[in-house]
Design a protein around this ligand. Structure first.
Ligand SMILES: O=C(O)CCC(=O)C(=O)O
Ligand SMILES: [Fe+2]
Length: 280
């Protein structure tokens, strides 16, 4: 399969005191190389495998394990289920950089295994349910993560959840995209290589206004060299917003589930009003 090359990543800033820390301040991205030790990586892999002992070594698709507060991907809402966080996560958790105004210490942990060749479609993690800072710890293998400034296409997809907490039936009508939010200029995706044992932190534009995803390929281009992907695992860490914090007022209304909910509620009210008027 030909390597589908994306735009090279923008140049990061390198922390002069800790050259293992790369950042893209305009995007709100930070990458900490060597965040966990090889021993912590082995413990994570063993922990994952002990929970999925009959894991087929030839699986083709990504699989997930959930710890802490759960999230319902069909309703885009959190559930009341909380499962204990295993020691192979709590052992390094105190080292995580946290931001009290961006959600603080995460309480939801999704461990995923990506067999070589698999990926995750481009998406924007739901804005209203989770604090701003999203974390992704890579282990087992590195992988290229693709980012793209969200445009109309992404908004269209996000505006049509299968089922949602605020609307139990899939909308059949074409979805409206707010005027003036997009210029029509679609930015090209770019890829940032996430080495094994690195921690990626997504805040600001990268969190709210860009999609992220992993192309389903068997190789990555790293510093001009083609590198074969091995089985990659990740821990995605998020902080679940408490009831009073649920919502979002980011600068990306086109792909913001909180704003979409408000718009749909407005539209529903208007429709009800006009129905009421015509039936009088
Ligand atoms: O595997 C990763 O690094 C990211 C996963 C992700 O984006 C997600 O679960 O929302
Ligand atoms: Fe994500």
């Amino acid at each position: 399969m030909a390597l589908q090359q994306l735009q090279p990543a923008p140049k990061p800033e390198i922390n002069p005191d800790s050259p293992n820390i790369l950042s893209w301040p305009d995007l709100g991205l930070t990458l900490i190389n060597g965040f966990i030790t090889p021993e912590e990586e082995s413990a994570l892999i063993d922990g994952f495998q002990s929970l999925s002992p009959s894991l087929d070594p030839n699986i083709k698709k990504r699989i997930s394990q959930h710890h802490g507060r759960h999230f319902d991907y069909t309703t885009f809402g959190t559930t009341s289920t909380i499962t204990p966080i295993p020691s192979y996560i709590t052992s390094w958790l105190p080292r995580l950089p946290t931001y009290p105004d961006k959600g603080g210490l995460p309480d939801q942990f999704t461990v995923q295994y990506y067999p070589p060749g698999s990926g995750i479609p481009p998406h924007v993690d739901t804005h209203s349910m989770f604090g701003e800072a999203l974390y992704s710890l890579s282990f087992g293998s590195g992988v290229g993560m693709a980012f793209k400034k969200a445009g109309k296409e992404e908004a269209r997809r996000i505006r049509m959840p299968k089922r949602s907490v605020w609307n139990n039936s899939a909308p059949e009508k074409p979805v409206s995209i707010p005027e003036g939010v997009y210029t029509g200029e679609e930015e090209k995706p770019f890829e940032i290589y996430l080495p094994a044992r690195s921690l990626l932190i997504m805040c600001g534009p990268a969190r709210y206004g860009y999609t992220h995803g992993i192309k389903p390929r068997k190789t990555d281009l790293v510093g001009g060299e083609v590198v074969m992907r091995e089985g990659r695992y990740s821990v995605t860490m998020r902080s679940v917003r408490r009831e009073e914090e649920v919502g979002c007022d980011c600068g990306y209304p086109g792909v913001c589930d909180a704003r979409i909910r408000e718009e749909q509620e407005e539209a529903r009210k208007k429709e009800e009003e006009s129905r009421g008027e015509t039936s009088v």
